[in-house]
Design a protein around this ligand. Structure first.
Ligand SMILES: C[S@@+](CC[C@H](N)C(=O)[O-])C[C@H]1O[C@@H](n2cnc3c(N)ncnc32)[C@H](O)[C@@H]1O
Length: 442
């Protein structure tokens, strides 16, 4: 199979009138009559009308011209007309196994569907269980508290032993969330954030470049986590777990800091996620060293698992503090340390535009496991767009989120109820992890 060897715009079977429908929608949105657009394209009105009625198939070059005339991206139109953009072909060729997920999760717009344009638009809306949202709005509000502030300060003022688990995804490299770096990210230029190339017009989410951390940055990072871990240790009850997202390049520094603060390492959760990071050939010499990969293609994300030591036996600690273990998935299935996951879905990223947003499908599993009896409070000191808090709401747990950045805090305010109401992977939240009232958690 060689997609790369085929002609750039090899047609695939026609998908009916979708292209025509879309063309008509775009044309009308721009206020063009058939005659106006036909004149611009130097084609007849009849030809354009046949395109819109799905009675003629345009050549890829004609689609590019139409897109240019309407000032829109041509890729979705190419797909609707039955052509695959070159980069998509390359993904299919290079990652045949992961391609469906990569394309669906990262570039949902490329999905070719047989639904009507209207239906597709409806389906692109967040899958919100509206009836339930109304029904649980008050209960959900009671379940969480979010704070705009610095988590170090917040923890200093929090009562000791008043949090039962921490599930968090900190600024890995420290640098990426400094005001200077955030400004560069928001401008889309330079800094520690690598803005990956657009894929046929669609810009992927930016990724931080950890390889640019110097020895000094690393020492600073260790010191940051040492101070942070000491504060977390104080606010957690005995037996309380910490789930901390990290990455294979810096995880050792973070883990040592947690151990030195008094935590026990209890393992690591492997979030299996295929991303587009790594796997590149040497920059500017990829032809010369075409059989070389500079770094492995990233296929997993480590989440360190730590516990504040229990008071006595686990059973004693569970009775007294409601912590010390992890909640089972079911009677038959203990919580496991490898979780199959996917990049955060577009629908979630649209609801909570934060560059490091974690997916609900994964977050709900680990947040649920964090409270063995389903009782207590989950803290996310680096809340970001609110995925932990939304996950806690979805499984009926009480939670507290802290976010220092005013813009991301506002993102979380808006996004949490909507993320919490999403149906993940087209399924309801499992009944055992269903919505419960705050009172159920005492
Ligand atoms: C990696 S992101 C978390 C993303 C989050 N897991 C989500 O799914 O949206 C880390 C967040 O911590 C915030 N942050 C950094 N330092 C902080 C601090 N001292 N206190 C509170 N929040 C902080 C950053 O602004 C950033 O939004």
């Amino acid at each position: 199979m060689s997609f790369l060897g085929t002609r750039q715009s090899q047609p695939v079977p026609s998908v009916g009138g979708e292209f025509g429908e879309q063309l008509r929608t775009e044309r009308l949105a721009k206020g063009y009559s058939l005659a106006d657009l036909a004149q611009q394209l130097a084609v007849t009105k009849g030809y354009l009308s046949r395109l819109e009625l799905g009675k003629a198939k345009p050549a890829p070059e004609m689609i590019d011209r139409i897109a240019k005339a309407l000032n829109i991206d041509s890729s979705p139109l190419q797909v609707l007309a039955g052509y695959l953009p070159t980069d998509v072909k390359q993904i299919l060729y290079r990652h045949p196994v992961e391609a469906p997920e990569l394309l669906r999760e990262s570039f949902g717009e490329y999905e070719v569907s047989r639904e009507s344009t209207e239906q597709r638009r409806k389906n692109q809306q967040p899958v919100v269980r509206t009836a339930e949202l109304g029904h649980t709005a008050i209960r959900r509000k009671d379940l969480y508290e979010i704070v705009h502030g610095d988590c170090f300060d917040w923890m200093d003022h929090r009562d000791p032993g008043s949090v039962h688990a921490v599930v968090t995804d900190p600024p890995y490299g420290l640098k990426e969330y400094t005001p200077e770096e955030k400004q560069k990210l928001r401008r889309g230029r330079g800094g520690v954030w690598r803005i990956p190339p657009t894929l046929d017009g669609y810009t992927r989410s930016p990724l931080p470049r950890f390889t640019v951390l110097t020895a000094e940055d690393k020492a600073e990072l260790k010191d940051f986590f040492a101070r942070w871990a000491t504060k977390v240790f104080r606010v957690l009850v005995p037996g309380g777990h910490v789930f901390i997202a990290t990455n294979p390049l810096v995880s050792h520094l973070v883990y040592v800091a947690l151990e030195e603060a008094g935590f026990e390492k209890r393992g690591e959760i492997i979030r299996l996620v295929q991303t587009l990071r790594g796997g590149d050939r040497p920059k500017n010499a990829h032809k010369e060293f075409e059989n070389v990969t500079v770094m492995p293609r990233s296929c997993w994300e480590p989440w360190g698992l730590f516990r504040k030591p229990c008071e006595g036996r686990v059973q004693d600690n569970l009775r007294k503090w409601k912590t010390g273990g992890l909640r089972r998935v079911s009677d038959e299935q203990p919580f496991g340390d490898v979780i199959k996951s996917y990049p955060t879905r577009r629908i979630e990223r649209d609801l909570a535009p934060h560059p490091s947003l974690k997916p609900q499908a994964f977050m709900r599993q680990i947040v649920r496991a964090a409270l063995p009896l389903g009782e207590g409070i989950v803290l996310d000191p680096f809340m970001g767009g609110g995925s932990t808090i939304a996950a806690a709401c979805a499984v009926g747990y009480r939670s507290i989120g802290i976010e220092s950045d005013p813009e991301y805090y506002q993102v979380a305010v808006q996004a949490i109820p909507q993320l919490a109401a999403l149906i993940v992977n087209g399924e309801e939240v499992p009944p055992k992890a269903g919505i419960r009232s705050a009172r159920d958690n005492h």
